[in-house]
Structure formats: structure tokens, C-alpha cells
Design a protein around this ligand. Sequence first.
Ligand SMILES: [Fe+2]
Ligand SMILES: [Fe+2]
Length: 370
Amino acid sequence: MLSAGPSTAAALLVAAPGCGGEPEDAADVRCIEWPEELGACLDRRQAVEELRTIYPKCDDYIESVESDATERDGACCYEVTSRRNATYCGVPGRPFTLEGHRRTAVPRAADSGWLAHGKGTGPGGMAPSLAELTGEERETLADSWLRSALEEHASVASFARFALDLMALGAPSSLVEAAHIAALDEVGHARLGFSLASAYRGEPVGPAALPMPGGVPVAADLVSLARAAAEEGCVGETVAALMAAEQRTRAEDPAVRAALGAIAEDEARHAELAWLAVAWAIGAGGEPVRRAVAEVFEAAAVSLGRPLPAAAEPPRGRAAALAAHGHLGGAELRELPRTALAQVVLPCARALGLWRPAAAGGAVAPAASA
Ligand SMILES: [Fe+2]
Ligand SMILES: [Fe+2]
């Protein structure tokens, strides 16, 4: 964290291509919420450091900052170069991607209608116990839950598009129905996350509009649909389910445990939906679809052979206190997705004939063509 930088409560990530309104070919733009009282925006060097801190699940997701800051609606926005797909380096859940980049909304310090009212007494309706937390720990937890909530919020759009993809390609009603149900699940996850973030923060926080410059295309063919379902669902949702389950195991606060329990259960069902969708697409589209899916699992397996990014700074405050409220440290956040890949995703893919390890040398290869 930058010593002279903002508190993380004030500097929150935004994966916003252009923060809305840019032309379709706009650069990848990331914004840091920056209230006026903080003064001038960070310079490029500070911004890349801050953005990487904001996205601790994947250190090198933001590879570089390419522009000076542009101020927009209480945020400092930068053109960045980022890794195209961070699924394998620790960002779980079903992402909403446009033009190859993950999109999430800008957080808004207000009740924008995404809080779980009536379920508790905190500012967001959730009531985690704050009594034994320091101010710094509350800040870390607020940031952590807000990042998660923004990802969940984006997953709503991802499933909405998935439902359209399925309709456009003639999928059975059972898959279309499950996609819509999953979108509603993600609405619930987002509400839980924003509510917990608001409770730790001491004031309501929610999402601004989700930017979709240039519109949202549907999948052009079964290959595209199956590839996305494999990447975002078979991998991403499986990782999300296992991470939420691990967070719940470590959590002690009743409100947090309840939220994570519900999320873990839903994410496991979403992963199952992805496998079913992939199976349907392969059945309908044959060998080209199977090959595209096999390539996804091969890429996932190859990613396991890469070294982990340098260890992130330890979470501020006491790790045990943070874990009791659902926040895991950087090393765990990096390792859990790899464990999920090695112990769940790839064995499932192998059982379905969609991936097999190479006979020798530790390398991997997609399943042989049928
Ligand atoms: Fe979710
Ligand atoms: Fe999900």
C-alpha cells in the first residue's frame, strides 16, 4: 500500500473500460475512487502500485499504466495494459468480459439499491460484529468485500448474456432457465457483498452503472459459447465455489459465515451449469467445439506450471481477525485457484475426455481428437 496514498476505503478498484461512454475501441481504463479532499490524482508509478494493491488476487493483472490520470466523477482514471484473462491467477467467479477485458462497475458511496435491507442492523442491512476490529481491519474488510461485490455484480450481466447466447444457439429450456436462475443468485451475492462492505465501512456503498460501451454481443457460434462457458464457468465458477467454501470454513462471524455459505452453494451449482452447457454444446457442435474446450483446459493446466507471482504484502491488521470475517491473505488467494484447478477442474475434464496429462515430462496436452 502506498504510504502517502489513499486509504483503501477511498481508493477502490474499478474495472471500467472508459468508465462508460467511450467508443468501442477505447483503451482498457481503470479508475480509482478519489474524493476531492485527497487532492491530486496519483502519478503513473503510484497508480500502478495502487491498482495492484486494489487487485491483490492477481498481482500482475494490471501490467502497466499507460496514461496520466483523467478525473471523472470523483475518480482518477488511467489507461492500462492488463492481462487478458485473470481466471487462472486468482480472480474467481464468472466475469463479465467485453473485448477481452473484465468489466466491473465503479463503486458509489451511496445506497444505489444493492443492499440487503431488512436482514440486519448495519448500514447495508448486514450485521457482522465490529466490536473487536480495529479501524484498519474494518477498512481492509470493507475493501475486500467491495471488490468481491463488484465481481458478483458483474456476474449478473455475465449470466444475462449467457442466457441470450443459449437462446441464440438453440439450447434447451433447462439450460436457459438455469442461466436466469444463476443471474438472480448473483444479484443476491452482490447484495450480500455490498451490504457487508457497507457494514465494515460504516456507510452505504454500492455499484454505479456497469459500463457497456458499444453494446454487448452474443456468442457467434457454439465454439464461442463453449469456450466461454469452460473458461468462465467450469474454471471460474469452480474456483469461486471452492474459495467461498474455504473462506466460510475460516470465518467465525455468523453474518459472514451465512453469506459465504449461501455463495459457496450457489457457485457450485453455477459450475455444474457450465459443465452441462459445455456438454450440450459439444453434443450439438461436435469436434470443433470439443477441441476448443480442450484448449481451455490445456491452457489452465499449463498455467499451473508457471511460478506464482511474488508474494503480496501481508494483509494489514491481524490475519486471523480478517479471516474470521471472510478475508484471506494474498498467498492463500493465489494458491486456492491452483488447488481448485489441480484437484477438481482438471480431473473433471480428464474424466470427460476433455483433457489428459502428457505421458511424460509433466507437460500436458488436450485430449486426442475423436
Ligand atoms: Fe457469485
Ligand atoms: Fe456464480
